[in-house]
Ligand binder design. Structure first.
Ligand code: ADP
Length: 523
């Protein structure tokens, strides 16, 4: 007999095989009198283990298949929505790249990593839109500042040119008086200083106009050869005075006529040649012009200005194209100049689509190279004849004219009156536009010299009022605009407005005579 349950004691599994499981029990026999003696019995549970393993495996396989199916399904659904959201982000980025800064994508792509990517995208687009707004405002204020600067410079130029007109006009008039040699020398210095000051004002005006984007280039056919000749003729006395040799080499293939801005071409060459003369004590200067490349309708002209002068060190070469830059501080003292010429040249060359550079070494001379692209339009056509040389001033007109001077500045009015008197003309002065109209109505004048900037009524309004009255009563008095606003294209502008002629201040006595001659000998 076996003992009751309270007398059982579990020992636990003693061995576990691949397919069997045996547990052992301590059993006290009922017949046993010694309470500490037991029998150890093994109970095999092989069949039960096999079955439960199979059932667990079956259940696991089922669970796994179910999980796999669920995963595949959610992957396919998820994949579709990810692709969709990425493509929305892509479209938005294209819109942004095309400049549509109002593009937003976070509303249509929300949640998860793509959602936070979309939110960052929106934040970036917002920031860009703000930046653009700020940039637009900055551009606007910089445009305003540039305009103000240009206006300031134009006004300054007017203010400085007006007294310069008096100074240079008087020096020209003094040449018609009897002067001893000492006085002539002083007069030369006075005139030279006046002209230098005027050149400086013109340089500052040029540079500021280029920098304000207001430099307009002309486009007309001109002869490169003739332009070079004119510049050389302009500098020939300085070359002679310094005893320098000048060689001009214009290659055969250089076209006779090119289309561009001849004035600016001459300005560049004049500056380079002027510098070559200034910085060369002995030796020679060579100007060479050749064609460096060609295309169907045009060519690139390469111009070299070489000298055997003082040359420059590498670090000086780097600076000289900057505004107000000179190779070293002693330059102004020794050679004069303001350091603006090359800055203007470089900007002009760039404006014309070309480039300028220099090769130089101290004591070895310098070679300035300029490349400029030009259109060749009228191959083989003869250019217009050169302007005729100026004739001596007095007496310029055999027929005395009655000339009305409308000018508010008494010094300028006096200078003009003296110049005109010297030419044998009769003059009367009106101090503003209204006074000029009154005088014109009562005095039968042959011509009016009309200053543009005048108090009370300016020259434009006065001219318009005279033209209006002439339309009713008949006749036409030639009116020459007189202005210190000497900008490129001004002549054409004034002529288009109804003036018959144009003279820039400071008035040059030869130009005045030429313009009056043109008025009295209509084509
Ligand atoms: P400026 O001659 O009025 O001083 P530029 O802008 O024309 O102004 O020239 C700037 C500087 O470049 C000059 O002051 C000079 O130091 C240097 N430079 C220009 N041309 C030459 C040259 N041919 N030889 C040596 N130095 C030169």
């Amino acid at each position: 007999m076996l003992a009751g349950p309270d007398e059982f004691s579990y020992i636990g599994p003693a061995s576990l095989g691949n397919d069997r499981f045996i547990t052992y029990r301590k059993i006290r026999l009922a017949s046993e009198t010694d309470p500490d003696r037991y029998v150890r019995v093994g109970v095999p549970v092989q069949t039960a283990l096999e079955e439960s393993t199979r059932s667990i495996a079956k259940n696991l396989a089922l669970l796994f298949s179910f999980l796999l199916a669920a995963f595949l399904l959610s992957y396919l659904i998820g994949k579709r929505s990810i692709v969709d959201r990425i493509s929305r982000l892509e479209v938005a980025s294209h819109c942004l790249a095309a400049g549509d800064l109002k593009t937003r994508v976070a509303d249509s792509v929300s949640g998860g990593e793509l959602g936070s990517l979309a939110a960052s995208f929106d934040a970036m687009a917002l920031k860009l839109a703000h930046r653009e707004q700020e940039l637009e405002q900055a551009r606007h204020s910089s445009d305003n500042a540039n305009r103000a600067k240009s206006e300031f410079l134009a006004n300054m130029s007017h203010e400085i040119r007006t007294p310069m007109n008096g100074v240079l006009g008087m020096t020209q008039l003094m040449r018609f008086t009897d002067l001893n040699s000492e006085q002539k020398e002083y007069l030369d210095s006075l005139e030279l200083s006046g002209k230098n000051l005027l050149a400086l004002i013109n340089d500052i005006l040029d540079l500021s106009r280029i920098e304000a984007g207001r430099m307009q280039l002309e486009s007309a056919d001109f002869s490169l050869r003739r332009s070079v000749e004119e510049v050389v003729a302009n500098q020939s006395s300085q070359i002679r005075q310094k005893g320098l040799q000048l060689q001009v080499d214009i290659r055969q293939q250089v076209p006779e006529l090119v289309c561009g801005d001849s004035l600016r071409f001459k300005q560049i060459l004049l500056n380079l040649l002027g510098n070559a003369i200034k910085f060369t004590q002995t030796g020679s200067i060579t100007i060479s012009i050749a064609v460096s490349s060609c295309w169907e309708t045009g060519c690139t002209i390469r111009m070299l200005v070489q000298d055997t002068g003082i040359g420059m060190a590498a670090e000086e070469v780097e600076r000289i194209f900057g505004a107000f830059e000179q190779a070293d501080n002693s330059i102004t003292r020794k050679y004069g100049g303001s350091g603006l010429g090359l800055a203007i040249c470089q900007r002009l060359v760039e404006l014309m689509g070309g480039r300028i550079w220099v090769e130089s070494a101290p004591g070895q001379g310098s070679t300035f190279s300029v490349e400029l692209p030009y259109t060749i339009r009228y191959k083989g056509v003869e250019p217009p004849p050169p302007a005729q040389d100026r004739k001596p001033v007095a007496p310029l007109s055999k027929k005395p004219l009655k000339i009305l001077i409308a000018e508010d500045n008494p010094l300028n009015a006096d200078t003009l009156a003296a110049m005109l008197k010297r030419m044998g003309h009769e003059t009367r002065v009106a101090a503003n536009g209204r006074a000029a109209i009154d005088l014109w109505q009562t005095w039968a004048c042959n011509c009016i010299l009309m200053d543009i900037s005048m108090p009370e009524m300016d020259g434009r309004l006065a001219m318009a009022a005279i033209r209006e009255q002439e339309a009713r009563i008949g006749g036409r008095t030639p009116i020459i605009a007189l202005t210190a606003h000497a900008l490129l294209g001004d002549r054409e502008r004034f002529l288009a407005e109804g003036f018959d002629g144009y003279i820039a201040k400071p008035v040059d006595v030869h130009e005045l005579a030429d313009e009056l001659k043109r008025m009295s000998e209509p084509a």
